[in-house]
Design a protein. Structure first.
Length: 182
């Protein structure tokens, strides 16, 4: 009987529904609050709530059972796009949500005609490399972007080519347990 009760408890906590969608105005506060622990940990740059309100159209989010559990921003430049503010709620790590967000963002950028995307990461360069990102020179960033980098943060500029991603999504290798977190 005890094993059956444990099984029932696990089933109630199981993820029932995962949705990736564009952010809408009521999501701005949730995006801000989702980012706060990562700002405090030095993993993301601090952005006020008004930033999320003003740039809401740049964000995609992932919901787990109706709750915002992760997000990614995509700022568009003339010939490229920047992924930023990539995060997944601490209680939802190791569920593949970060991977889903990045794969979705890369597919959307490719479908919009971008040949590559870039990002700046101070702590997750190895994780992003799993998606095809590789180091790039800061001089190759869009005009004005390198000037806006936060000095002393230690961010690495990385790019990912998007050839053929719109036509055929790339399958990622499975990750060994405990090798990296989303």
């Amino acid at each position: 009987m005890e094993a059956l009760q444990r099984f029932a408890r696990r089933r109630r906590r199981a993820v029932r529904r995962v949705v990736i969608r564009d952010a809408v105005p009521p999501d701005a506060r949730a995006l801000y609050e989702l980012s706060l622990p990562f700002v405090e940990g030095g993993e993301l740059l601090a952005r006020p709530p008004s930033y999320f309100e003003a740039h809401l159209a740049e964000f995609r989010l992932i919901e787990v059972d109706g709750r915002v559990s992760g997000c990614v921003g995509m700022h568009r430049y003339r010939d490229t796009a920047e992924l930023y503010n990539v995060c997944v709620a601490r209680g939802h790590h190791r569920l593949g949500l970060g991977r889903r967000l990045i794969v979705d963002a890369l597919a959307r950028a490719a479908a919009q005609g971008y040949g590559e995307v870039f990002l700046l990461s101070a702590v997750a360069a190895d994780w992003f490399a799993r998606f095809g990102f590789s180091a790039m020179h800061i001089a190759d960033l869009p005009p004005g972007r390198a000037c806006a980098m936060v000095p002393g943060r230690g961010s690495v500029a990385m790019r990912c080519a998007l050839r053929n991603r719109a036509a055929q999504p790339r399958r990622l290798p499975s990750r060994p347990h405990g090798a990296w977190a989303a």
